[in-house]
Design a protein around this ligand. Sequence first.
Ligand code: M6R
Length: 610
Amino acid sequence: MCGIIGYLGDKNAKTVLIEGLRALEYRGYDSAGLAVFDRAGEVFIRKTEGKVKDLERYSASLSAEYSSGIAHTRWATHGEATGINAHPHTSSDGRVILIHNGIIENYMPLKKKLESEGARFQSETDTEVIAELISKFYESGRLIEAVASALANVQGSYGLAVMARDMPGTIVGARNGSPLVVGIGDSCLSIASDRNALPACARRIFYLDDGELVHLGAEGYRTISLANVETTKEVEDFHREIQHSDRAGYPHYMLKEIFEQPGTIADCYRGRILPQEGLARLGGLDPLDERLHDFRRIIITACGTSWHAALVGEYLIEELAGIAVEVEYASEFRYRNPIIDAHTLVLVISQSGETADTLAALREAKMRGAAVAGIVNATGSTIAREAGCGIYVHAGLEKSVASTKAFTSQVIALFLFALRLARMTKLSSDQGIRYLAELVSLPRKIENILNRAEEIRAIAGVFRGKSNCLYLGRGIQFPVALEGALKLKEVSYIHAEGYPAAEMKHGPIALIEPDMPVVVVASRCGVYEKVISNIEEIRARRGMVIAITTEGNEGIRRHVDHVFYIPEIDEALSPILTVIPLQLLAYYIAVAKGHDPDMPRNLAKSVTVE
Ligand code: M6R
């Protein structure tokens, strides 16, 4: 999604901004641009379709020292991915220069009105309208006031960084719904949509809240509300996360992150389990401690891969703790009329902690008086802060757009939560001890799977020339089937559907034709024999079956074309093992087709618009 970076300081702004854009690249974008002021106060704007490296090439002629500027990666919403639609946008009088993440919902009537007053627009974007509107209110030296006045007319979501041609040492930021973080250093001030993009000089940070504006200038920073009332900010020390941002010898981040999973899942449970007592300790949930006994119903809400983790969580919590769980798409939850009472807990899952729909669902739940908790990867993200309590999954920075290690860590967090609840109700300490013994065996078992990645690469070869496939699973493996299909769609652009295996005969079976690949997650479980019957239904129609099953299950070879074995594990934890071959499968298929799995077309890492 769109990335924002702004900088004032003693380093060359152009270099700092390009570095910031590189740190934002993983979020997914289709064009990029920058505006930089030289030491004499002259502004230079460059923007182009394509990648940051294209922008760098295109702006190579900007060889002076630049003291300030703003830069942007654009993920198209209104208007195609072209150089003209790329940000920064300027007002038609050239006085205001601006970058934006979000969607201005009333931009059409605003545009018409401004045109009738003489404005001339260059692009098809909603963003250009805000630049024009700010210029209308702008009196030299009073940029923040002009931005506040303009935003009073705007409906929609925004994270903005604005500069004025006659105020080269000033950046104004404004936030409503799209994240913005301010970085403070000894000789620099910066603003970004993601704290990982802040320059190295940023030692302290604060987050802008919705409806808040910030003025950055030679005199430091000040923040106000849209109603022009001064606000105070909690400034925190910024210890940059160890980024592991290079690919560490792997050809792609996606593969690197798949291979990190033995470590990342251990990072999620480390320090949180008492193996001798069969207990899980989750300090982040302490604020809910006294209420945990009272919850009769849990709603889990999320999007995409996080929603699939939520579905696994439903099985885990119901099975282990016997508490009713409903899983809702966050995008639907926010517009429904959800029934929430004092005995309902709403769990919100998000890797990025910035997904607009999930954030809106969290706010809706809080507004209705629900107890809420977040299961989040990105520390300090909006969802983590607004949830107030929850579980960090500690998967580390996930750069690949296709989420892999965050999913398995989310499942571990849900497992720990289910165990915590279960031990308060129906699970004995012996059972808890057995579950934890299984849990700590996972890293070794994941390594066993990763060591056999070549087997999956070989299976990937059978997808050559295929444009459709099915993923089937039953029970706790159904969400794994959904996740396998999503991964394949995201990075290889092959159409894939995930179904509960038994549902196939109610419709999708019509799709099966000779040699169509059908991936079946058939680990040993209560309904294993029924899964075999489903496989036979596919074989009867000459579909090609690829099975993921448990070690020792030699008998399955009679029924399938290809098989990959996972180590034995308790069914509750099996999704962690069954999903990994599916992640690898999607990766190898994408690479074989010549796609870059780290930059899938049309996708953004963090979807900060509705
Ligand atoms: O950051 P979140 O977990 O809130 O993101 C939710 C989805 O946008 C995300 O999982 C998406 O589906 C990924 N591209 C999956 O690989």
